[in-house]
Design a binder for this molecule. Structure first.
Ligand SMILES: Nc1nc2c(c(=O)[nH]1)N[C@H]1C(S)=C(S)[C@@H](COP(=O)(O)OP(=O)(O)OC[C@H]3O[C@@H](n4cnc5c(=O)[nH]c(N)nc54)[C@H](O)[C@@H]3O)O[C@H]1N2
Ligand SMILES: Nc1nc2c(c(=O)[nH]1)N[C@H]1C(S)=C(S)[C@@H](COP(=O)(O)OP(=O)(O)OC[C@H]3O[C@@H](n4cnc5c(=O)[nH]c(N)nc54)[C@H](O)[C@@H]3O)O[C@H]1N2
Ligand code: SF4
Ligand SMILES: [Mo]
Length: 763
């Protein structure tokens, strides 16, 4: 690759340093060129390398990377440790010294551990940084080494898809490396919006290339997304939460019209029909029984699915025919449609469609499901060692409020794993997270839980800004940004790159790296040496580069070598893209899948044995959501909300970045039909509410969303007034804490609301 003189700019005063856009959970990993002058970053530019081929494409920044400078030097950056002076949530704080802050935190950790036991300590989900030396894994190491803490499993992103994919395939490594998309002839972007919801840097670009190579691309989404507009040949609006019905009807059409890959089904699958049920299950309902309505009396015809999904029957038929006959084909499942009630079903239904059309294990095809890339599964998290947690109890991550309210009574039916809890959560160390308030369900409920000091006795929040979560802290610890320390980060999902982050400038004010803060607490807990191993951030980065080099990146440079070359990134070029399940496809008997039967499980004995056929059927089914346009709730709350992942934010990160807010103001998007009956005009202020909460925000009336559905992009900061009405547009004032039945996942996109005009025109 051609590299412009890396070290200096024209005036020779400014260093130009290649680095990575700070490692938030943004969906990508991109190269930035930082201009550094007099200890200040003066400019950030995108990847300046010359494009060299699809095996090693450039890592071009999105709008958030381009606007990062504003976040870096935002006037609201936290610069000093703070102590609460008002009530929790009021955000009244006073500045204190690091000595006092760290002594207090260490003292509280010790007190709570002695009083309630280690499982009363909790480090919640927090995805603010994956730059190995910054982020919540630092606190996990601190707690693991000092006696343990309550663990969790799952994440807010992928709970259902990660649990349900292996029920079909026995693994989550079900994808192909992305270069292989160019071999596909038909791509269904199902609830997948890579042009806005970055699903690793360059995914949208690979789809664009695939289309240029002749693939037909179809988007199935209630919203006419940028992907539907810019990447697709056809947009199919579908009522949220009903995709499994459309998928079932597609399978019905294929069955009726003899379009199934029958040989592949016979040799590689179990449970499609009565002739291939697993032993002992011969009399159970097969997938074909479900499609034909043999037991429930309802054939899953396109007419049946039309009334549920809102997709015209002819469209269902034509998409079924296309997907079954244009080979090879990809059905890429986005994650938004599984962050819902019964999100497990849509995942299994999509995997089954891939299987019964024979698209598994072939180049240009796609097995669906979580689709981590082979051979190793892509990014497997940070390699900074977290240590072993001596506490063996784990809760579903989104059940933390229940563990605060009712820890000792949680059981396996609530998703608890390991020993029962002796105590509820009494101390929370919230680092690199806004998931105590903003990103967790039902904000008004969480706020009430956190306000009550008899429940959680001590809350420490470690962040760069006074976020809605930080407003509830007893102590706030100011973390520096990834530009202000040494770091290294893995790719987001497809993980062909490793990006090096040299320290560019000193931390702002008195802020410190997460590593240094946690090391300071470790010292006070008497485990300073164990925690740091006598190394600083830069030495840790060298140690981490060694691990990556041994594990996945042979030839990876050292810190000194990265500094010398100013390369910023190390890539494993992909010339022969790997395809999942090729061995199994070729010879299923000798290469069985890690499922109980060794085959693709359209019918799952594991799920049968859970004995909850209504909510966890052994074959994938459409199940009406617990809040839906077909339920009694629709009388009061007739509109479905989706809270999409918006281009301008990383969840709640960047919501205070005025450069981005100006370009992408927070609004509720609704269809003219829904606006008209409510006499709402474009740009007016509206009230959005349900039993759980209420917000006031401007609206955007647009044809780019289907009638009956509104979008409130998730992540805006909760900003309640005295009456508790949110003026920030934070989707989670409307969401419910009920978890999905199998995965115990967050169903944050299953929401019904009403909208009313307030009338004040905004512009
Ligand atoms: N710009 C940006 N990119 C991001 C992130 C971000 O915050 N901002 N976050 C990253 C992270 S951590 C994650 S986990 C991923 C999340 O990625 P996703 O969960 O896939 O993102 P969403 O935008 O929630 O959902 C994708 C699409 O699904 C649609 N959708 C919602 N419900 C349904 C449904 O029931 N059926 C169908 N067919 N479509 C539905 C939405 O309209 C949306 O266009 O994004 C990553 N990328
Ligand atoms: N309604 C609804 N809710 C959702 C979702 C949805 O689709 N709908 N999506 C869910 C998903 S997929 C996810 S992944 C979660 C994300 O939820 P979170 O993990 O809470 O992500 P963020 O909101 O980005 O908050 C990260 C915080 O880390 C801080 N931070 C950034 N860098 C650093 C650092 O280096 N050190 C420290 N200490 N702090 C740092 C940021 O300032 C920010 O406050 O949200 C979930 N919530
Ligand atoms: S995709 Fe992520 S890493 Fe890339 S520029 Fe955007 S925010 Fe930064
Ligand atoms: Mo996520």
């Amino acid at each position: 690759m051609k590299i412009r003189d890396p070290h200096t700019s024209s005036n020779n005063q400014t260093r130009l340093v290649r680095t990575c856009c700070p490692a938030h959970n943004c969906g990508g990993r991109c190269l930035l060129v930082a201009h550094v002058s007099d200890g200040i970053i003066t400019r950030l530019e995108a990847d300046d390398r010359t494009y060299d081929g699809i095996d090693n494409p450039r890592l071009l920044a999105c709008v958030r990377g381009h606007a990062y400078l504003r976040r870096q030097y935002h006037p609201d950056r936290l610069k000093y440790p703070l102590k609460r002076t008002g009530e929790r949530g009021e955000a009244r704080f006073q500045r204190i010294s690091w000595e006092e802050a760290l002594d207090t935190v260490a003292g509280e950790i010790q007190r709570v551990r002695e009083t309630y036991g280690s499982s009363a300590l909790f480090v919640p989900y927090g995805t603010g940084s994956y730059s190995n030396t910054n982020g919540s894994h630092l606190a996990r190491r601190l707690f693991n080494l000092s006696g343990g803490h309550l663990g969790f499993y799952n994440n807010y992103s992928w709970a259902c898809i990660q649990r349900a994919t292996p029920t079909v395939y026995g693994t989550n490594i079900t994808g192909n490396q992305r270069q292989d998309w160019l071999n596909s002839r038909y791509i269904l972007m199902w609830g997948w919006n890579p042009a806005e919801m970055i699903d690793d840097t360059n995914s949208a670009w690979f789809i664009k290339l695939a289309r240029e190579h002749g693939a037909r691309v179809v988007a199935v989404d209630p919203r006419k997304t940028n992907s539907a507009v810019g990447l697709a040949d056809e947009w199919i609006p579908i009522r949220p939460g009903t995709d499994a019905a459309m998928m079932s009807a597609m399978a019905f059409v294929m069955l009726q019209e003899n379009l199934l890959a029958s040989d592949f089904i016979a040799t590689h699958c179990v449970g499609f029909d009565r002739n291939q049920m697993p032993p002992g299950c011969e009399n159970q309902e097969s997938y074909q029984d479900y499609l034909l309505g043999t037991l429930d009396g309802t054939p899953k015809t396109p007419v049946w699915a039309e009334t549920i999904t809102g997709v015209p029957r002819e469209t269902i038929v034509h998409i079924a025919r296309e997907y079954a006959t244009i080979k090879p084909a990809i059905l890429y499942q986005g994650y938004g449609m599984q962050r819902r009630a019964y999100g497990e079903q849509v995942v299994r239904a999509g995997c089954v469609l891939a299987a019964i059309t024979g698209n598994v294990g072939i180049s240009g095809g796609w097995a669906s499901g979580l689709a981590f890339p082979p051979p190793l599964g892509g990014n497997r998290g940070t390699v900074f060692p977290k240590g072993e947690n001596p506490v063996n109890t784990r809760i579903p991550v989104a059940a933390w409020t229940e563990a605060v309210l009712n820890g000792p009574n949680l059981g396996h039916a609530d998703g608890l794993k390991g020993d029962p809890l002796k105590s509820s959560i009494k101390l929370i160390y919230a680092i690199a997270t806004n998931a105590l308030i903003n990103q967790h369900m039902n904000i008004n409920r969480s706020a009430a839980v956190l306000k009550d000091k008899s429940l959680v006795e001590f809350i420490v929040v470690q962040d760069q800004f006074l976020t809605p979560t930080a407003r509830f802290a007893d102590i706030v610890l100011p973390a520096c940004t990834s530009f202000e320390t040494w770091g290294v980060q893995d790719g987001w999902k497809y993980a062909e790159t490793l990006l090096f982050m040299p320290k560019l400038v000193e931390p702002l004010g008195e802020s410190r790296s997460d590593f240094r803060i946690c090391a300071g607490i470790a010292e006070r807990l008497g485990i300073g040496k164990e925690f740091s191993q006598g190394m600083d951030e830069r030495q840790w980065v060298d140690w981490i580069l060694d691990r990556y080099r041994e594990d996945r990146f042979p030839g990876l440079p050292t810190v000194d070598e990265f500094l010398e070359s100013n390369a910023g990134v190390f890539t494993l070029p992909i010339e022969e893209p790997a395809v999942a399940f090729t061995d199994f496809r070729h010879d299923p008997e000798n290469n069985p899948l890690p499922t109980p039967s060794g085959k693709i499980e359209i019918f799952s004995i594991e799920l049968l044995n859970l004995n909850q056929p209504g909510e966890i059927p052994p074959v994938p089914k459409y199940i009406q959501e617990w809040e839906s346009p077909f339920g009694p709730e629709a009388e009061y709350y007739p509109l479905q909300v989706v809270g999409s992942h918006a281009l301008q934010r990383v969840h709640s990160t960047h919501d205070n970045n005025d450069w981005l807010v100006e370009a992408f103001p927070q609004r509720v998007f609704l269809n003219p039909i829904d606006a008209e009956v409510r006499k709402i005009r474009d740009g007016e202020m509206v009230r959005v509410f349900n039993d759980r909460g209420e917000m006031v925000l401007p609206c955007r009336v647009t044809l780019r969303i289907m009638p009956g559905v509104v979008n409130i992009p998730q992540g805006a900061w909760w900003s309640p007034d005295q009456n508790g009405i949110d003026h920030g547009g934070s989707t989670n004032v409307l969401t419910a804490e009920r978890l999905t039945p199998l995965a115990f996942g967050n169903a944050q996109h299953t929401i019904m609301v009403q909208i009313e005009r307030i009338g004040k025109a905004r512009r």
